[in-house]
Ligand binder design. Structure first.
Ligand code: APR
Ligand code: PHB
Length: 405
């Protein structure tokens, strides 16, 4: 039996960012991950960061490569009805976005852990949580044929949607809210220059499209596809033809195509579990909430949870106060539901749900409204860049993360 302050389940971005921030504050943690490091770092995910996430990654001292290689964007384009409208995020909100792959964030966090010798148990099997309602919760796991037990003060459930943390909460204490969407996204990655300098979100009668990137020489494109579609139905040529067909002429002509280096289909879902705390177990990131990728809020919301929980744990070890810990679920969910609303609304605005022309005309009217109204554009931009922390429910003058060095 080993003893530690915080046991973290899952070495995705939530788990590693939390353990890094706690370590910088002198708080010990251990991370238990059931997969290998290669598997976790090999997953292709989104690549758009709110500036509050950029700040947090820099506070965690894992932002140097991001600041060097990431692309800061001041705006984006909405394309509809054969035309485009630019949303000037910087002018409307004072905030920019950072294009930097989640895969890179994962690697930077992994490297920081290796450099610091922080405890990550890869390929931890049969992770289980015990006594979460006591003040001495325990986590057990196997490594090879050996059983291990950890005694801790807090457990952070950073094990994603399919993890065991949320499922460890007795059903009667957790409420699950879910909305599934009748379509998916097929995404490809290709080493070709992006079609434009900023992201393009496309509403088209044939379905949604998104033009994104990872660098000036690597592009990421998505197309709305049917849920039961199969990658085999999407050879590169068909993908490029369909994308070109959904883009306004000015961009269609500029599209540079090439062989895909990654191609995958993902379903779209909105999911929120309440509360995000049960006893000494705190749910973080995808373990508590899933958003459709329209607006790329998943990683940013996970980072916001991590900031709240790390401040709360810091306050506890620094001053013994449990105020922020007791506030965690309410504070996190306040932001989660706003991001969930925006992602649901943006998905509804940009995707094709049926052949019904009335629905599409309404979407076009709303897009025209956003293009023609500063108030509507500002509301869109404010949600897109991330509702800044000022929107938090007022809190007691708690501790703020300050680098220990
Ligand atoms: N035991 C140990 N580890 C587990 C278990 C388990 N029983 N179940 C899951 N895990 C691990 C997974 O293998 C994964 O590496 O937990 C990790 C969870 O990571 P993510 O799913 O990436 O979740 P999170 O860290 O919250 O990141 C959220 O990821 O999916 C994107 O859009 C999402 O950007 C958001 C971000
Ligand atoms: C991506 O680059 O993968 C991306 C960007 C913006 C989104 C979704 C995904 O809204």
């Amino acid at each position: 039996m080993s003893k530690i302050q915080v046991a973290i389940i899952g070495a995705g971005p939530s788990g590693l960012l939390l353990s890094q921030l706690l370590r910088l504050q002198g708080i010990e943690s251990i991370v238990l991950e059931r997969q290998t490091r290669e598997y976790v770092e090999g997953r292709i995910r989104a690549g758009l960061l709110e500036w509050s996430t950029v700040d947090l990654l820099n506070e965690a001292r894992v932002g140097a490569r991001m600041m060097r290689e990431g692309l800061a964007h001041d705006g984006l384009e909405l394309a509809f009805d054969g035309r485009t409208h630019r949303i000037d995020l910087k002018k409307l909100t004072g905030h920019r976005m950072m294009v930097y792959g989640q895969t890179e964030v994962q690697k930077d966090l992994g490297d920081a852990h290796t450099a610091s010798g922080a405890q990550i148990i890869w390929e931890a099997g049969n992770v289980a949580i015990h006594d979460i309602t006591s003040h001495r919760p325990r986590v057990t796991y196997t490594r090879g044929a050996i059983n291990h037990e950890i005694d801790c003060d807090f457990i952070a459930g950073c094990d994603g949607f399919h993890g065991i943390s949320r499922q460890s909460i007795p059903k009667e204490y957790v409420t699950l809210h879910e909305r599934t969407y009748p379509f998916g996204w097929i995404g490809i990655m290709a080493n070709v220059p992006p079609v434009a300098g900023e992201l393009i979100y496309v509403n088209h009668p044939r379905g949604f499209a998104l033009c994104s990137m990872r660098s000036k020489s690597r592009s990421r494109y998505y197309l709305q596809c049917s849920l039961d579609d199969d990658i085999a139905n999407w050879p590169d040529d068909r993908f490029w033809d369909e994308l070109r067909g959904r883009l306004p002429n000015e961009h269609a002509g500029a599209l540079i195509t090439g062989p895909s280096i990654e191609k995958s289909i993902a379903p779209l879902r909105s999911f929120v579990a309440e509360p995000m705390r049960f006893g000494q177990l705190f749910l973080v990131g995808d373990a508590a909430h899933i958003l459709p990728p329209t607006g790329a809020k998943g990683l940013n919301l996970a980072a916001a949870d991590v900031r709240l929980l790390s401040e709360a744990i810091l306050e506890y070890y620094r001053g013994g106060s449990e105020t922020l810990l007791n506030d965690y679920s309410k504070q996190a969910l306040a932001r989660v539901w706003k991001a969930t609303r925006f992602s649901w609304w943006f998905t509804a605005l940009m995707h094709k749900f049926s052949d019904e022309t009335f629905a599409h005309r309404i979407q076009l009217a709303e897009l025209e409204y956003i293009a023609g109204s500063a108030a509507a554009a500002e509301s869109f931009a404010e949600n897109y860049v991330g509702l800044n922390f000022a929107q938090r429910i007022p809190r007691p003058q708690g501790l703020r993360l300050k680098s220990s060095i």
